[in-house]
Ligand binder design. Sequence first.
Ligand SMILES: C[S@@+](CC[C@H](N)C(=O)[O-])C[C@H]1O[C@@H](n2cnc3c(N)ncnc32)[C@H](O)[C@@H]1O
Length: 365
Amino acid sequence: MSTFRRLRNRLLGSPRFQRFAATFPLTRPIARRQSRVLFDLCAGFVYTQVLYACVKLELLTLLELRGPLTLSDLAVELDLPQDRLAVLLRAAVALQLLDRCGADGFDLGARGAMLLGNPGATAMIRHHALFYQDLADPLALLSGGGTDLASYWGYAGSDDPGGLDATAVGAYSELMATSQTLIADLILSAYPCHRHRRLLDLGGGLGAFVAAVAERCPKLALEMLDLPPVAEAARISLKARGLGDRIDVHGGDAFRDPLPTGADLVTLVRIVHDHDDAAVLALLTRIRAALPASGALLIAEPMAETRGAEAMGDAYFGFYLLAMGSGRPRSRARLEQLLREAGFRRIREQRTANPLLVRVLVART
Ligand SMILES: C[S@@+](CC[C@H](N)C(=O)[O-])C[C@H]1O[C@@H](n2cnc3c(N)ncnc32)[C@H](O)[C@@H]1O
């Protein structure tokens, strides 16, 4: 440990210094802020469970439709004992998910309203129940025990993802489609896809991203590829949206089967972080070979070391992908390194309006 760090840590860890910092007028605000941060670190799991309970009970939706409601009304609606429900309601008020309304009323709060405006976020919160189970014993997870998330994401760590059936891909495909709308908007506002002739979306899920591109770029030819049962579901979903003739859908394994050629823009949306380095490098190299001389590859996903969201990258995604059994969050620098190794040049970041949710790198051949 460096001398500076050792001295700093000795000082910050000393009860005498902590007592001084908490009372001295110039350090008091900092000491209070730091103790709040430490407390949140200890209590984070409780906050997520309060949020999960609200979403699972559909409490936010109930209050949006019929709020304000009293504690006794809510106890009847939610079939919970009043005294216990009161604990949840007070916690949700403290987390600004709900607002208090008069002496005994509760209504939707500011953060509750923001969540309801984003169905992808509420779907993720429900889905997190699996992740919490895997995290119940973090040491077992770190030692390499089996996880619920690995079974959920059937392709992660599979030797034959192309052989998965419809039941193995159904749940995650729905979850991804629900959370795609906001992501697509951010990507398409950051990068002018309409300058290309033909776009191929690899790992395109149920086609939510290509459908959003179709709306924004009416002249761009579009195709997507995903595992066979996902591609089949995408065909049905796109046909139902009136896009059956507009978008070519291929079923296949992007890591093994020949990639469709002819596109001058290939997109990987929330794909790269799911896979380990060797697989990513092989995929990027295959994409590079399938692109024409003036082609481009667009990678869009949340990235590690995003300023202001460091914990989201390395703590949240780090553990999520560990539980999933493959992949890792990567920084922009690491992605650039892999892109260069695969033969790409001129790599640029296209800034999105919400880098916490998604960042975009475009690499040219
Ligand atoms: C995290 S999801 C992202 C889906 C979509 N791009 C989005 O952002 O909503 C990863 C997608 O990659 C697909 N996938 C995984 N392994 C694949 C493979 N070997 N070949 C083709 N697609 C694959 C999955 O079926 C899934 O649809």
